[in-house]
Design a protein around this ligand. Sequence first.
Ligand code: ZN
Ligand code: ZN
Length: 269
Amino acid sequence: MKFELTKFEHTKNPDIQWALSELERIKEKAAIAEDENLANNCWRESEALQLTLTYIKAFHKLKNADYREAWYDLEQCEIKCKIIARNSSEEFCLAKNIHFISQQVSNLQSLYPYCVFSSPGMVVGYYSCGICDHKIRPRSRCAHKKGKIYNGKLCVHIAHDIVLKEISIVSKPVQKYSVVHNDETLDFSALQYLMPALEEAFDEWAFIKKTKSFPIDMFSRVDLDSECPCKSGEIFRQCCSNKADVTIPHLEFLLPRAVPNLPKIRFPY
Ligand SMILES: [Zn+2]
Ligand SMILES: [Zn+2]
């Protein structure tokens, strides 16, 4: 079954939900019959379809400046891309745009101002295999590998007897769902600038991280005891405040088409 799936309107097509439930039905039948190939193919098709749906929805939320909700979708896409790529041929990944989505998700995430996340520290009693229930010990493992597909089912390790020890604040979390920031205090200007220039989730775009220098007079409003605009992490007084020019990070976007009336970016200081 073929349907168009590139725009947000397409995600409402009832045929897509029908296709997902059919894939689930065929997968379960194949799993019972131990037709592993068919079961895994159904899993792959279903995951790729759900990934495309989530990615298009995330793009739509970004267009509507719903940044936090889009962030959660993008994180879901990131995880799905990795699992699909791990369990599929290169040909399949190319046909389903897995690498493209993975790249664009990573690009979009890096335009967010989020940099700290909460991360739970816990002690796990033991893990069991999600496929065969085997209790995993250092010298006793089953034949299943975490993150691989068996008979249409993803192998996960299930944690038992969990004791939560602490919540830490980290900059590189295992998963990026637990954002600590209050969005109202953050600067989303990179996304605010980019999103009006894109029409569809599958538009090709990229950006280059550059730097640009400005005369020191333009930074007269920066508090000497605040973070230096050059983003070195030092305070302004001890960093660039005595230089003639300050070199600050600058993003250059490569867009798919010329966009009239792009918002002018305000000098942030
Ligand atoms: Zn197992
Ligand atoms: Zn500096």
